[in-house]
Ligand binder design. Structure first.
Ligand SMILES: [Mg+2]
Length: 353
């Protein structure tokens, strides 16, 4: 479970479960190859049935500007036509239009999108295919990639294998920065300071103090001091202790926070109310983007989907109701979207030169 799996709850009445999330804009589903179920639960067996299939030679995607024998893009260990050929027709058409815009912004959640969800959040790693595609995209003119996550921004950069120039939005929109080349060659975060008012600074200190009072001395529990939040972590604590501490925090300091995000084994109490949607609203003019693609897997990503409009592309990864227009099954399938964009963008740029 990761920071991105946290569910917003009180006191803003934000959706706290997929059930409460907005309904899909339309019935379009991606990741469901022909013959696949398109039930609302998002069930899909694409990985087993399509990528593992001996042959897929779709030439009927309906996109006018690509020949019917388009071979698609090869992925690691996957024959060329198989890797992207199963991308749903509507999504592929949307990607073509998106890639043709002069300036584009890709807003990408990390956990569950670029990196498969793992039990230990510290062990999350980007899929190599996605990392390579992001590096390729960043090298192209008119492309900005932003990783938008609930994670603390420095932690995010330490885990994310993204090139210099990548925008970083951490703590659900409270932290901002850009990846620069560090002295050891690895990416480092050049962060913008989090600006709090005097009242917010005081509240943050109070939340941290109160949370320490509750959690200190309890084995396996710890308090993370984020720039705009106090966070209780109980994953490593005994189950009784975890339940007791979570209750105590929710009944205590959380009642004073501006925004509370409750996840499994995590309670985040923030002094700012910011969302991933706010982040996109800020990023779009900053990057001069003519079109925005956003991909996410969790409830907090719905805020980002909600601010997208015509010409933008919204992609939900995995199950659960969503306002996103398109859906793919898992991070592996999303890596095919990124690879596809590299191909399309490289081809499209030829027409601008
Ligand atoms: Mg996520």
């Amino acid at each position: 479970m990761s920071a991105d799996d946290q569910r917003p709850t009180t006191p803003r009445h934000r959706a706290d479960s997929p059930v409460d999330a907005p309904s899909p804009v339309n019935g379009t589903r991606s990741g469901n190859a022909p013959g696949h179920a398109t039930d609302d639960g998002g069930a899909s067996e694409v990985a087993g049935d399509v990528r593992g299939a001996p042959e897929v030679a779709r030439d009927d995607r309906g996109a006018p500007e690509v020949a019917g024998d388009d071979a698609g893009v090869p992925g690691p260990g996957v024959a060329a036509p198989l890797f992207t050929a199963h991308l749903e027709e509507g999504l592929d058409a949307a990607l073509r239009a998106f890639a043709a815009a002069p300036t584009i912004l890709l807003g990408l959640d990390f956990d569950g999108v670029l990196a498969p969800i793992v039990n230990d959040p510290k062990m999350s790693r980007m899929l190599p295919t996605s990392a390579a595609a992001i590096a390729d995209l960043t090298a192209l003119a008119g492309v900005t990639v932003a990783v938008v996550s609930g994670r603390e921004a420095n932690d995010l950069v330490a885990l994310a294998d993204v090139p210099a120039g990548t925008k970083v939005v951490g703590s659900h929109g409270a932290q901002w920065g850009t990846v620069v080349a560090g002295p050891d060659g690895a990416g480092a975060l050049e962060a913008s300071p989090v600006e709090l008012t005097a009242d917010q600074t005081e509240l943050r200190a109070e939340l941290i103090r109160l949370t320490h009072e509750i959690a200190d001395g309890v084995e396996g529990a710890w308090v993370q001091e984020k720039p705009a939040a106090a966070v209780l972590h109980t994953r490593q604590a005994a189950r009784d202790d975890a339940a007791r501490l979570t209750r105590a925090v929710l009944d205590g300091p959380a009642t004073r926070a501006v925004q509370v995000i409750v996840g499994k084994e995590v309670v985040e109490m923030a002094v700012l109310e910011v969302t991933k949607g706010d982040a996109l609203v800020r990023l779009r003019p900053e990057t001069g983007a003519d079109a925005v693609l956003y991909a996410g897997d969790d409830t907090t990503d719905e805020d980002a989907f909600a601010v997208l409009g015509e010409g933008d592309v919204s992609i939900k990864i995995g199950d659960g109701d969503s306002a996103a227009a398109y859906r793919v099954t898992d991070p592996e399938e999303f890596s095919a979207v990124l690879v596809r964009l590299v191909q399309l963008r490289q081809g499209t740029l030829d027409t601008f030169s």
